[in-house]
Design a protein around this ligand. Structure first.
Ligand code: ASP
Length: 561
């Protein structure tokens, strides 16, 4: 008798005797028969049991059956095996299941924390299994692509030193009391050292860790496709990446057009109100500062979106998102409330409307003292409008590059300049002069982001390989000589021993998986993720350790405040 997988059975197997293993996905009684849908990793098949009543044959129990394949009287055409069924002759309950905590394959109705606590049951869902299968196939295709182009995958340490991505580190205490490892926020310095080692073409499917506030597209640990090349400029790395997506996504039915469009960072900010524009839909931001100046004499910036529907039913969520994103003054003007508006202002607005393609629009105005606040708050509303009114085509993939970034960002809290990407990013030569004149906002970085459908998919840059420029950047960032040596000394040594020109990029694997599998959360493409609060509910970690363990590390816990 042959062992066979459920999904591999077909009409050709009729009359064969087969052995199957799997889980009871469904069970229904009809007269003296029991119909069971048996599920394994390949699919479902209907089993027919005669004259049995076994209380252990419960939903999600794991069983073995032997039986004969026969034609189904009422075929189920939705199922690939729907024309046949197994007439069970013998069965064995390998492990009977208790009452399951949620219905498998009804993902949307199950509480997510419960799904995470019983992740092994959750992963039995078809959608979750398919996500894991897709993840595997995609990573395999990526590895093959880079192998074909003579890149080599090199693993870099997990127990390492703080890296320069700027998030909070996860620290690992050691028995060398007072000394800690940091889990890598990226393999950044190691991959640059691999260039100093002469590897030339490196990639890695790397696990990285960042202890930062979580959102739907973030996890404390995630996977990056990390790439670095020597003697290759921006154009070469762009085309390697573009062709990679084109090639690896083709077998999944995607027809990716290359080259990807490029957008200047400042154009993105002014038109979309963020640095990761979703270009699948319009409603770009318009600058009405000059037109409406007379009505806002305090010198504010006035930005607008002309929208073609009434949005009053969603006003409260719109207001909430607006203020969460530093919005200051929000005005929504539509034909519905226009009577209450100052006549002169309305006349001016009417002239502006006449210039638009949209007739009778709702105008969403964001008015703020700082231009960036006016833009970013409106950009967040534009993203929300898409969530509320489904403006983007879900089947479209709009890849693009964001280029020409600022090198430094001013941090209001610490009153210092920070690297917008990281401190090893090359400066655009034509803006070197602004380092001398201390006009740091005008310094541009040779960095780039890859954006897909409103998500930041990757970021990368041309790296500094001249020690004098590196020194200048550290000076601007106020990183003392001592701090440079403490933090990055192991890397800076390479600047004295033939460091080649190099550049690289890193893609967030879960983000692209989330988009391609139409998942609402990054958690749905990770086998064992943390929940939205960073807790692993399956293993119940992080968890308390014993006094003895703390002692070994020379650690004492503070009393809770
Ligand atoms: N290490 C950077 C990051 O994780 C990527 C890079 O510069 O290659 O964003």
């Amino acid at each position: 008798m042959k062992k066979i997988y459920c999904g591999n059975l077909g009409i050709n197997n009729i009359k064969e005797k087969v052995v199957l293993y799997g889980w009871i996905a469904n069970k229904r009684k009809f007269k003296n028969q029991i119909f069971v849908d048996l599920r394994d990793s390949t699919g479902l098949i209907q089993l027919v049991f005669h004259d049995i009543s076994d209380p252990l044959l419960t939903k999600e129990s794991c069983i073995k059956v032997e039986g004969k394949v026969q034609k189904r009287l009422e075929p189920n055409l939705e199922l690939s095996t729907g024309e046949i069924e197994i007439l069970v002759e013998k069965y064995e309950i390998l492990n009977s299941a208790k009452q399951i905590p949620f219905e498998i394959n009804k993902m949307t109705s199950a509480n997510e924390d419960l799904r995470l606590e019983y992740r092994f049951l959750d992963l039995r869902q078809e959608k979750m299994l398919n996500n894991l299968k897709f993840r595997h196939k995609l990573l395999l295709a990526i590895r093959n692509y880079f192998d074909k182009h003579n890149f080599i995958e090199v693993e870099t340490p997990i127990l390492s030193k703080s890296t320069p991505e700027g998030a909070r580190d996860y620290l690992v205490p050691t028995r060398r009391i007072g000394k800690f490892f940091a889990l890598p926020q990226s393999p950044q310095l190691y991959k640059q050292l691999l260039m100093a080692s002469g590897i030339e073409k490196y990639f890695q499917i790397a696990r990285v860790f960042r202890d930062e506030d979580l959102r739907k597209d973030r996890q404390p640990e995630f996977t990056q496709l990390d790439i670095e090349m020597s003697f290759a400029g921006m154009e070469e790395i762009f085309s390697i990446c573009e062709n990679m997506w084109k090639e690896v996504l083709k077998p999944f039915g995607y027809n990716i057009k290359t080259p990807f469009p490029r957008m200047n960072y400042f154009d993105s900010l002014h038109n979309y109100g963020n640095d990761k524009p979703d270009t699948r839909y319009g409603y770009l931001i318009k600058d009405l500062t000059n037109d409406l100046k007379p009505f806002y004499p305090d010198g504010s910036f006035i930005k607008a979106i002309f929208f073609d529907r009434e949005i009053f039913e969603n006003e409260s969520i719109i207001k909430e998102i607006f203020s969460k994103n530093n919005g200051q003054n929000l005005e929504i003007i539509s034909p519905k409330n226009s009577q209450s508006i100052d006549k002169n202002k309305l006349n001016t607005i009417q002239t502006l409307i006449n210039k638009q393609e949209i007739k009778n629009p709702t105008i969403i105005l964001s008015i703020a003292k700082k231009e960036e606040d006016a833009l970013k708050s409106l950009g967040a509303i534009r993203v929300l409008l898409n969530e509320l009114y489904h403006l983007a085509d879900p089947n479209q993939l709009n890849f693009l590059w964001i280029v020409n970034w600022p090198m430094f960002e001013y941090d209001e809290e610490t009153k210092t300049y920070q690297a917008a990407h990281h401190p090893f990013t090359q400066i655009e030569e034509s803006t070197f002069k602004y380092l001398e004149t201390k006009e740091y906002e005008k310094v541009r970085a040779k960095s780039y982001d890859s954006v897909l459908n409103g998500f930041e998919l990757a970021s990368g840059s041309i790296r500094i390989f001249d020690p004098n420029i590196q020194k200048k950047v550290f000076e601007t960032l106020n990183i003392s000589e001592k701090e440079q040596q403490d933090k990055f000394g192991f890397f800076l040594k390479a600047f004295d021993y033939g460091l080649p020109p190099h550049n690289g990029i890193a893609f967030g694997i879960e983000r692209i998986l989330m988009i391609l599998t139409n998942s609402t959360s990054i958690r749905d493409v990770i086998a064992f993720p943390k929940n939205a609060k960073g807790i692993d509910l399956l293993s119940n970690s992080p968890s308390i350790v014993t006094k003895e363990q703390l002692n070994e590390y020379g650690l004492n816990l503070k009393e809770k405040e």
